[in-house]
Design a protein around this ligand. Structure first.
Ligand SMILES: Cc1cc2nc3c(=O)[nH]c(=O)nc-3n(C[C@H](O)[C@H](O)[C@H](O)COP(=O)(O)OP(=O)(O)OC[C@H]3O[C@@H](n4cnc5c(N)ncnc54)[C@H](O)[C@@H]3O)c2cc1C
Length: 429
């Protein structure tokens, strides 16, 4: 009896898995996309915004086909203290370019991406958890779900940040609290006109707002607020090792963040529509899979460790899309030669290394260490607020020259320490 065999089985219908399935199906490959959630997107979470350079290549009219929320035209970064906030604010009224970013809600976005893969010819199986990856004669040959075996020429692991299957195949390392953060997010529903009024947005414009400081009680991490069409995504991310060390909880941090006197007015009157939590890799290139391919298997997206937290933004989805494209390209050339050996699939590593994925991960290799500097979360928010308060306060005493005042404030941290941090930051970005 001839066993039924797929050209490719993809584990996980997040952004990475669905894009890989879509591209393979478009090229007439027989693809099975397996997702453990009851529907694609139901288990997924980002802040989030997606940088659309890759999406646009796959869907030239993506904003008409996929449920994107608002185009980010307003960027804000705030250093928060318990009662003050210093904000860097950037706005643009320039027309949309190929490098735009859009806010998204993953439940609807991922669901739509999987539907696109299905329309292109992929078979999508939801509510099914892949228990294991099968190997025959040292080569990956399929998967098993509840004891049932499904065979394929190649398996693509797109099972997200905690890739248990990748770990079992010794392609990824175990996640550790030092390398991982926990994000908790709430989606607050508000009328569209109220969002546009409160955030001074027009039409389809959106705001991406990142926070550091009091949002995590000075621990290593941050907060975010993204405007969607008729909701706000508000969340907090904190390193797991910090949470353990200081006995803190991210849901409590999010609750306190929502009640902060400078945040509460922005979300007032809103209704919680969604509440979710997810792990995020914080180790940049140091968390990339030790093997990106092996005989009959490739690993993409978060499962491969392609995620960058740069403090002022988090990038995972654009890297997931690009790695999915490169994996699909690799599988199609392997299919043409009917050779799915590690040697044949090794071009995936070359493609990654030569693309912005590999190059950006390398450029930002120092970021994880920089972003673990406690001063950025405790001392600098206070310093910025003290300095600005001093500048904006007029008293009945003669003023000190600005330079003298600046030095006095900076001495609270130490001028040498400050200089070292500036150099470290400049080298990290
Ligand atoms: C708090 C937070 C904020 C973020 N903000 C942003 C942002 O603003 N912009 C950005 O680009 N990125 C952001 N990211 C990162 C981004 O979410 C990820 O990089 C992205 O989701 C990676 O996509 P993926 O498809 O590789 O993995 P995932 O989206 O995690 O998808 C993996 C899928 O695999 C499924 N799965 C897992 N195991 C199995 C199994 N055994 N069998 C079947 N299915 C399985 C899961 O259910 C899931 O659907 C953020 C992440 C977090 C946590």
């Amino acid at each position: 009896m001839v066993e039924e065999k797929w050209d490719a089985i993809i584990v996980g219908a997040g952004v990475a898995g669905s894009v890989a399935a879509l591209l393979l199906a478009r090229a007439n490959a027989r693809v099975l996309l397996v997702e453990r959630g009851h529907q694609a997107g139901s288990k997924n979470m980002s802040g989030g915004r997606v940088y659309t350079h890759g999406l646009k290549r796959i869907f030239p009219h993506f904003s008409e086909m996929l449920p994107v929320e608002r185009r980010v035209a307003h960027e804000k970064i705030s250093l928060l203290t318990p009662d003050r906030m210093t904000t860097f604010d950037y706005r643009s009224t320039q027309p949309e370019t190929d490098n735009a970013s859009y806010t998204v809600l993953r439940a609807s976005f991922d669901h739509a991406l999987a539907k696109e893969a299905e329309s292109a010819g992929a078979t999508v199986l939801t509510g099914a958890r892949v228990d294991d990856v099968l190997t025959r004669e040292g080569k990956v040959s399929g998967i098993s779900i509840e004891g049932e075996t499904l065979l394929s020429d190649v398996v693509i692991l797109a099972d997200g940040v905690n890739s248990l299957l990748g770990e079992r195949l010794k392609m990824t390392q175990k996640l550790t609290p030092q390398k991982t953060a926990l994000g908790v997010k709430t989606v607050i529903e508000l009328p569209q006109n109220l969002i546009e009024e409160r955030f001074q947005l027009s039409d389809n414009e959106g705001c991406a707002w990142l926070f550091a400081g009091a949002v995590t009680s000075g621990l290593v991490g941050g907060g975010f607020l993204y405007t969607n069409k008729a909701s706000l995504s508000l969340g907090v991310v904190c390193h797991l090792d910090q949470l353990n060390e200081h006995n803190q909880s991210v849901p409590e941090m999010l609750d306190a963040f929502s009640r902060h006197a400078l945040i509460a007015p922005l979300i007032r009157g809103g209704r919680v529509g969604e509440y979710s939590a997810h792990l995020v890799s914080e180790s940049g290139i140091h968390g990339v899979a030790s093997k990106l391919f092996d005989d009959g298997v490739l690993i993409i997206g978060d499962a491969a460790g392609f995620c960058l937290n740069l403090g002022y933004t988090v990038r995972g989805m654009d890297l997931a899309i690009a790695s999915a494209e490169m994996a699909a390209q690799t599988v199609l050339s392997a299919k043409a030669r009917q050779d799915f050996s590690a040697h044949a699939l090794s071009s995936y590593r070359t493609l990654i290394g030569e693309s912005f994925v590999g190059k950006d991960m390398t450029t930002y290799r120092r970021c994880p260490a920089l972003l673990k500097t406690p001063r950025f979360f405790k001392d600098y928010p206070e310093l910025a607020a003290n300095l600005l308060e001093d500048i904006f306060t007029v008293k009945s005493q003669p003023v000190e020259p600005l330079l003298k005042r600046g030095i006095r404030h900076c001495e609270s941290i130490g001028l040498a320490t400050l200089a070292k941090d500036i150099i470290k930051a400049a080298r990290s970005f």
